[in-house]
Each structure stands twice: as C-alpha cells, then as structure tokens.
Ligand binder design. Sequence first.
Ligand code: HEC
Length: 279
Amino acid sequence: MKIVSINNIIVFGVLILSVLCSFTNTTSSFEGGKRYYDSVCKCYVEKTFYNGNLLSVQQFVDSDYWIKTGVTVYFFENGDTSDLTSYQDGEMNGFSFHRHKNRKIAFEGNYKNSFPVGNWKYFDEEGFLVSEIIYESENPTELNADIRLEKFYGSGGKLFYTKSFSSADSFLLNVIDTTLYNSLLQKQANRTGRDIFMAICTSCHNPLKDATGPKLAGVTKRRTEKWLRSWISNSSKMIAEGDKQALALYNKWGKTSMTAFPLADAEMNKLIDYLKSIE
Ligand code: HEC
C-alpha cells in the first residue's frame, strides 16, 4: 500500500481549513485581493496585494463594497503606511496624509464631505514646509470649496509669495520676496519633464505599477493629449462636467480625487513629453 506523505496530509488539511474559513468569514477572493466582513470594525474590508505584499486596506459599510467608512490605507512594499485617508458615509471626512518614498510626510490635511478644509501642509523630502493651503470655508460646497489662500515658503521657512483664490482659477498673486520668486521661476524654467513628475506626481503615481493612482506607463496611448492636459490641469472639473473617461476612472479609483495641477504651458509640454517617454 502506498504511504500517504506528510506533505499531502498538510495540503489536504490546509484545503479543508480554508474551505471552513471561507464559510465562517465569508471571505471572497478576486485577482490581487480579498474581501471579508470584520466583526471588530463591524465593517466590510477589502485588502489588495502586489507581488505578495499588502498594497491597500479599505473599509466599507456595505457588502457591495461601495460606501467607504473608517480609513483607507496604502502601504509601501515593506509594510510602512504610504498614505491614509479617513472616510465617513462614503465621503472623505477627517484626516489624510501622503508620505514621500523616504517616509517623510509629503502632505497632510483634513476633508469634510470630500472637500479639503482647513490648513493643508506640503513638505519636501527633507521635511521642510514648502507650502500651505488654507481653505476659507468651514462648510464647503461646489460654490465655495475653491476659495483659499496658498502660501509658499523658501529654504529657511521664509514666506516669499502667496496666491489668494476667489474661485478655482482666479487668484491674486502677492510676491513678498522678488529675488526668491524670480529664482523660483528660473528654476522652474530649467526643470525637465522628469523633474516635474518626480516633484509633484510620485506621491500618488508610480510609472510602472498601480499606487494611490493608476500606473502611468502607456497612458499617452490610452488617452489623447488634449484629454491629458485637461485632466492634469483639473481632473475634478472634467468629472463634474461628466467626461465619460474621467467618470469611469474616478469611480474605479474609489472616488479619490487627484490634485489639480494648473501648470504653465511650458511645464505641461515637458510633463506630457515625459509621460510619452515612459510608454
Ligand atoms: C493626490 C494623489 C495624486 C497626485 C499627486 C497625482 N495623481 Fe494622478 N491620479 C490620482 C488618482 C487617484 C487617479 C485615478 C482617478 C481618480 O480617482 O481621480 C489619477 C489618475 C491620473 C491619470 C489618468 C490615468 C489613466 O489611466 O487614464 C493621469 C494621466 C494622471 N493621474 C496623471 C498625473 C500626473 C501627471 C500627476 C502629476 C502632475 C498626478 N497625476 C498627480 C491621484 C493623484
């Protein structure tokens, strides 16, 4: 008689166990992740994995995995938190932050009903405050959410210019230190497309794999250049205007909004050329 090997017994045991677990936890798996009900948070949890590492944990109030609650957390490969956003009733409500690759905070602030509120702070990779955005309304709506004061700091924490917005795209520029401001313009003129991408996009995008936002390699084949320019300048506007591709993306990515980047034409051209180069 053939002796049943210990390996077979273990494999068989694990199979039985996982079948039992899937009955008790109602865990369901999908490509790259799993979902289950968690009795501690009394909510539904979805975990995604990349190359065997935990990539994200999201919590939902409903078994359709649609209305978010609690926190949505993304992780670096070693398990450190890369970003966190609080949710209530399916809207972003509460604290949110993103980290640079070196784990220092890139930006942090609060949301109310998915609109940014209060004081948002942006830091460079060394941890120095680079800019602050102060949202004026405590009860933001479509009409007043864009009213804000932006403050920009140079090295040594010196405030050198501010922009005060009365709507999404109309602002008053106040230059406090002309020398610093002109040297910033000069530096910006010298930036390559890759520099721009590294400075403002990598907190959410990895060119080669999905992160907080989708991977961007090949994006210039998926989208027209006109669409990309308008998306990068102000994606929320496209979503609000009902652009089909924009809406599909927004829904697919758990209704997380991408920051608006109203770049000058020269900067936008360089950024688009860079995106083309990472096909
Ligand atoms: C705060 C996080 C964040 C930052 C910063 C960010 N993005 Fe995004 N991006 C997203 C998310 C999330 C999506 C998915 C759509 C959505 O939910 O709005 C997205 C979608 C996109 C898309 C559409 C991808 C596709 O498959 O069509 C492009 C293009 C894009 N981003 C480019 C950029 C560029 C270029 C920058 C830097 C200028 C940038 N993003 C900065 C979060 C971000």
